[in-house]
Design a protein around this ligand. Sequence first.
Ligand code: ADP
Ligand code: MG
Length: 323
Amino acid sequence: LNEFSLIDNYFKCRNKSKTSQVKLSIGDDAAVVSCPPGHELVIATDTLVADVHFPATVGPADIGYKALAVNLSDLAAMGAEPSWALLNLTLPEFNDAWLNGFSDGLFELIDEYELNLAGGDTCRGPLNIGVTVAGWVPQNQALTRSGARVGDVVFVSGYLGDATMGLRLYCRDVASEISAEDKDYLLSRLHRPTPRVALGQRLLGLVTSCIDVSDGLMADAAHICEQSNVGMEIIIDNLPLSSAFKNASKDIDDLNLALAGGDDYELCFTCAKEQVGSIEKIAQGFDLPLAKIGMVNEQPDVRFIDANGDTWETPKKGYKHFD
Ligand code: ADP
Ligand code: MG
């Protein structure tokens, strides 16, 4: 089996999307794509490296799913509608079972979002998966990190810390007995994050800034603050924690997991007070909790306070590769 039949067998033949924006897909020297009139191209790329971003023992379907999910999450944070993807795959060996599993997981999301896998590259080397995704937003409407204003309300979608607690479970580092149901839930949040694509698009025109929480709320909320030249006060009692997370928690320090642990892929966004009602209606429509976790103010940086308004000291910062 050569490189070309590998591409055909595991990727090209599964590519169903006939999206009119991709005129030429896998098979030529490059893809040819267009952008709908009145829209702008939004592109994101993210690489997953074995034993850095996922334990090398994770199943191939989960790896394929997550490699695309984390990229779609970046498009979600911009409010974009995803359209096509590129896949750069470096594999240590040819392994049919692994490639089948990987392609199953990847195409689960490709099919769900009706994306076109427009191309990529395939090499031999240590396992490394690079995915690029592209989509569209109406001209000048992309959600950015830089628009938060003093007085805005800070929201976060879903629950924080589940993936990090899932990783702890995966590494068998939980003291408390937890139910099989809680365990499945936490592991699925680790291996199969949900990109909040529909939510991001729904927020267009309503919010002042948005980011996806990939490195922990503490680090990612700080990015909004830096780029918007504002500060935030986050009320720790308002942080959304799932019942599974609470059941698996060992002690109060586990709140750090919810703040500094990565891989949540929820959206953190700010909006003017007048929009809070609309945001709450959206939460009902999506059946997804959107928690009001704090306020934007002038004092730089993110501060965490408890219900009494006292400062809550946070020992750990978000994950950084070169620390
Ligand atoms: P070239 O040598 O011109 O770069 P390649 O052999 O790398 O050509 O790629 C041939 C075609 O297959 C191109 O359309 C490329 O985009 C596509 N392709 C290569 N690897 C992948 C992959 N892992 N997933 C999807 N498409 C791929
Ligand atoms: Mg190539």
